[in-house]
Design a protein around this ligand. Structure first.
Ligand SMILES: NC(=O)c1ccc[n+]([C@@H]2O[C@H](COP(=O)([O-])OP(=O)(O)OC[C@H]3O[C@@H](n4cnc5c(N)ncnc54)[C@H](O)[C@@H]3O)[C@@H](O)[C@H]2O)c1
Length: 322
């Protein structure tokens, strides 16, 4: 049973993919929620189910606006910090973005949280903090953590700041390291890319890398439950992997997307990739998280990676029709 006795909640990036699903769930459960978003990639339409509900407030502000953050934290007890530049791929050409959007803005947010009455922060980090690993599935205490992308580096630095602010200023901190989270409203990542490529040219689908990249995909329905389950931890600061029990190859995802678009004759070609078949510089070739720690708190993902990919493809195709 869902239990959330913590009080009014702020969701940064609340109009984004994961943030809007977290907001939906809290509003459904009768919790007062403020969603803060600059709408750079987020969409107001993602919050359609909340609009008009008297428990729901939306603030269109950027996290680099200190007054805006202060205003949005009034009476807030819990912060779900989702706002970020979530793109790993663009980090090679534009590493400044993950520094500014992820690290600097998280620092600004923590500075205002420190002066507020906030009691808990749930931070969306990433499995990208692990970099290339020697242990699969990878547990939370794997080390040393050596990210291979600017995005992963920014998330790891944020984890350090969240941990230190929680320890110094009496806040409880929950750091979540999600694998690839997919589902309705997601507007980035491999399924979104494949669908958009195929809408432009259904005869040929180019797959970045050698197609053998193998990663975990978790559906947003399982993911959102995991974000809430971490709050059951008794530790002052805790870190949790969030993924499915298994993983799937990129080429299988390409076939699933083509099948769901009724494309039987599409030629699927791989670019071959760089540095051992990676899709781009900073791409982790093989990722599979050990999720036993969060399962120990009573959470269990219902869907496999393949099922999540199948469902998400249909959901994104439906989103397109809206
Ligand atoms: N989706 C995934 O697979 C995945 C995996 C691991 C970690 N994460 C992390 O989860 C979080 C949410 O990701 P998502 O997939 O929902 O991405 P998203 O782009 O859909 O959501 C991010 C939201 O933050 C908003 N935003 C960005 N910069 C902002 C700023 N400066 N001020 C205010 N709002 C701002 C955007 O408009 C958007 O609505 C991110 O922190 C991301 O790094 C996502």
């Amino acid at each position: 049973m869902f239990s959330y006795p913590y009080g009014p909640t702020l969701v940064t990036g609340g109009a984004g993919f994961i943030g809007s699903h977290i907001t939906d769930k809290l509003i459904q459960e009768g919790i007062e929620v403020t969603a803060l978003d600059n709408l750079s990639t987020g969409k107001i339409s993602n919050l359609a189910a909340c609009n008009g509900n008297k428990l729901f407030h939306f603030i269109k502000k950027d996290l680099n606006n200190h007054d805006g953050i202060r205003e949005s934290l009034k009476d807030i007890k819990v912060v779900f910090h989702m706002a970020a530049d979530p793109e790993v791929r663009t980090g090679f050409d534009n590493p400044e973005s993950s520094y500014n959007e992820n690290l600097r803005n998280t620092f600004y947010l923590l500075q205002e949280i420190r002066k507020s009455n906030v009691e808990k922060i749930v931070f969306a980090s990433s499995s990208a903090v692990y970099g290339d690993v020697k242990t699969l599935p990878t547990p939370e205490d794997y080390g040393p953590l050596l990210p291979i992308s600017a995005y992963g580096a920014s998330k790891l630095a944020c984890e350090g700041y969240v941990s230190s602010y929680c320890n110094n200023y009496g806040i409880d901190g929950y750091i979540i390291r999600p694998a690839n989270v997919i589902g309705a409203r997601s507007r980035h990542g491999v399924i979104w890319d494949f669908i958009n490529k195929l809408k432009k040219n259904s005869k040929k689908l180019e797959v970045l890398g050698d197609g053998k990249q193998t990663k975990s995909y978790i559906h947003i329905s399982d993911g959102v439950n995991g974000f809430f389950q971490c709050l059951k931890s008794k530790n002052k600061v805790d870190v949790f992997n969030l993924g499915s029990e298994d993983s799937i190859k990129v080429l299988s995802i390409a076939h699933t997307v083509c099948k769901n678009m009724s494309l039987n004759n599409t030629q699927i070609v791989t670019t071959g990739g760089i540095n051992g078949g990676r899709g781009w510089i900073g791409d982790i070739k093989t990722a599979h998280l050990d999720i036993s720690k969060l399962k120990g708190l009573g959470w269990l993902p219902k869907l496999s990676s393949a099922e999540s990919v199948e469902i998400t493809t249909k959901e994104i195709l439906n989103d397109h029709l809206l």
